[in-house]
Design a protein around this ligand. Structure first.
Ligand SMILES: NC(=O)c1ccc[n+]([C@@H]2O[C@H](COP(=O)([O-])OP(=O)(O)OC[C@H]3O[C@@H](n4cnc5c(N)ncnc54)[C@H](OP(=O)(O)O)[C@@H]3O)[C@@H](O)[C@H]2O)c1
Length: 247
């Protein structure tokens, strides 16, 4: 993303403007915090009933209430934005994730930096190597969650496929298992799940958010699907220098 300040014609520099789609969730609120720390102008989108979860940011961000797969809502929210951070969640069985991704892809301005969140189960090139635990989780819990109309993992897969196939400036950040706690700094990443550096499979949620926000200004991550892990985890410490795409 172009992070240079842009003049507003009145001699005053304007801040780069970003949109956070899914701002009211746990990841979303951490991203709002990091974005404000970096002095971005922030527009947040969240479901109407969740607007109150953003009260802590009242007066500092613009909130557009609505379903994130509502094309009209997204069209208004991303207008004029230099970057868009999108939380892709496989919740419900109404293609919510795919609809959200498509709306962002269609409405973001050409050249905008688009960063999407998902989990390790998403693969871009099929070369990820999964543990039996993750395979079992996707194979067993996935269909059960769909049956209960709680979540649809295939929807997130579809959403990411649309992103990978687009000609936008995308990054898909693949989160490991998450935990709460103080920041350990920017997570390290690798291109493929199964790489030894990722073995610890643990990232602080606050740092997942940091990676998402940092990706806005990291052009090395354009058209990458980094799988991330906490930088203080045993596997990250055991493989210094092996991160950032090294397989
Ligand atoms: N949880 C993990 O261990 C884990 C692991 C790896 C990757 N990830 C990835 O991290 C990202 C954030 O996940 P998270 O688990 O930390 O959750 P989160 O940040 O709390 O986000 C959940 C989001 O889902 C929305 N949501 C909840 N129920 C919904 C429904 N029925 N219909 C539509 N939207 C609904 C929430 O909106 P409201 O605020 O309106 O409720 C919120 O925006 C996701 O992309 C996920 O794939 C998570």
């Amino acid at each position: 993303m172009e992070t240079a300040q842009v003049g507003n014609g009145a001699g005053q520099p304007t801040k780069p403007k970003i949109c956070i789609v899914g701002a009211s969730g746990k990841l979303g609120r951490y991203m709002v915090r990091h974005a404000l720390d970096r002095d971005y102008e922030v527009v947040g989108v969240c479901r109407e009933g969740s607007v109150g979860k953003l009260d802590a940011f009242k007066g500092r961000i613009t909130v557009i209430p609505g379903a994130t797969n509502d094309r009209d809502v997204i069209g208004r929210a991303v207008a004029g934005c230099d970057g868009v951070l999108t939380v892709l969640v496989p919740r419900g069985v109404n293609h919510y994730s795919a609809g959200t991704a498509q709306a962002v892809l269609d409405h973001a301005r050409p050249g905008a930096r688009l960063v999407f969140s998902c989990g390790w189960h998403i693969t871009q090139d099929g070369r990820d190597v999964y543990s039996w635990k993750l395979r079992a989780l996707v194979k067993v819990a996935g269909p059960l969650a769909k049956l209960a109309r709680f979540a649809d993992l295939d929807d997130q897969v579809d959403a990411c496929r649309r992103v990978f196939d687009s000609d936008t400036r995308w990054t898909v950040v693949r989160g490991s298992d998450l935990e709460e706690g103080d920041s350990q700094g920017l997570p390290v990443w690798s291109r493929h799940v199964g790489d030894p550096i990722l073995e610890s499979n643990r990232t602080r949620r606050v740092d997942f958010a940091l990676f998402m926000v940092d990706a806005l200004s990291d052009d090395e991550l354009v058209h990458e699907a980094p799988a991330i892990v906490g930088r203080q985890t045993p596997s990250a410490l055991a493989h210094p220098g092996a991160g950032r795409g090294g397989s």
